[in-house]
Design a protein around this ligand. Sequence first.
Ligand code: CTP
Length: 438
Amino acid sequence: MIMTPDVPTGPWRVVVGVSGSIAAYKAPFVVRRLRQAGHEVRVVATDAALRFIGAPALAAVAGRPVSSGIFDDPAAVEHVAVGEWADLVVVAPASADLLARVASGRADDLLTATILTTTAPVVLAPAMHTQMWANPATRENVATLQRRGLSIIHPDSGRLTGADSGEGRLPDPERIVAEALAVLADRRARRAGASGSEALSGRHVVVSAGGTREPIDPVRYVGNRSSGRQGVAAACAAAERGARVTLVAANVADDVLAVLATLPREVEVVAVGTAVELHDAVRRAARDADAVIMAAAVADYRPVEVSASKIKKHGLQRGSAADGSARLTIELVENPDILASLVADPPRRDGERMLTVGFAAETGDAEGDVLAHGAAKARRKGADLLAVNAVGERLGFGDVPNSIVILDNRGYEVARVEGSKIDVARVLIDLVASRLSD
Ligand code: CTP
């Protein structure tokens, strides 16, 4: 269960945006309904909107003048001030042109500038002819806006202006107000719940950390340079948020694990060596997990045969390399892909949701940059979130700051973080908490 701190319920400061559609005549009803419910309203209309409905009508219901252009009152810096003032921005109606301008980041009037500057939730209620609504350009704009976190209230079907009818009608003002306030309430609740110190209380989070070592013989292994610090930071962040945490640690040094002792609650540490051991331990721990974070660097391959005794140099066949030096071939076999297996075959058998999070350490190459590789991997692995990190000799490994982009399973950017490993871990854990509370 998530302990959600008290979430305020308003009254809110609402910007009602009106754009150029015949449905603009319904905007005063949206404003009136909001004011009747006790909310403070400011109307921002586009020039085109004011050709459909007069400013005096909107001002009368809003109880204050209507703003329109960026230059109406330059001294008031309205294009920033209105967005900062707002707890919520509702655009009803949102014309095809308005959607296109917002999708392309335009700020050529006060409404688009407000949408671009505000950090408040933005809810758009499109209204237009069916052909415009169905046009691929509008579909793409809507998809872009939703991907960026703006909410769309789906238009109704019915009679449109003229003789035609179809999808594209502005919904009833009551529905617009109810849905917009629900978006705001949800955003507030999630923010309060996701960043609260008990946001993961009652949840079990499994984190893998470190790098696997695949033995060649009793003294040698195939390994990688992962220190385990990012995974340990994720374990700390999850514990800070109240989760029960199991850390499956592949060859993580004691001094890296030492920070766990400073946490308010104990983190269970399961030490493993190889990828197969990691696979087994993660799947076992994940049987009741709410989230599994795969921060470990897993060797993709392991030697087919592990020599029982130390392989001796003098036992190698000589003269096979061009310069006459000895060559040794180690045959490798593929390891299980643990993250992919968690997605395809979740170890939770009770049907409860288990979030999966991966890390991708990438370098760019001729086939694409770091993000292109990250997005392809996000889609391939199918984990709910993938934290993509650029790695090189001095970037990403060891105790150095990270620069991470978090993608969803379609490869779309969800967040971007620069900072220490614990900064990255906290953002990631807040995203996990917020998704678990959805
Ligand atoms: N991972 C895993 N099991 C593997 C390999 C990787 O669970 N056998 C996980 C890692 O813990 C990480 C994510 O998958 O969370 C991405 O790891 P990465 O090594 O970047 O992915 P690969 O699939 O091995 O892709 P690449 O071809 O780039 O090595």
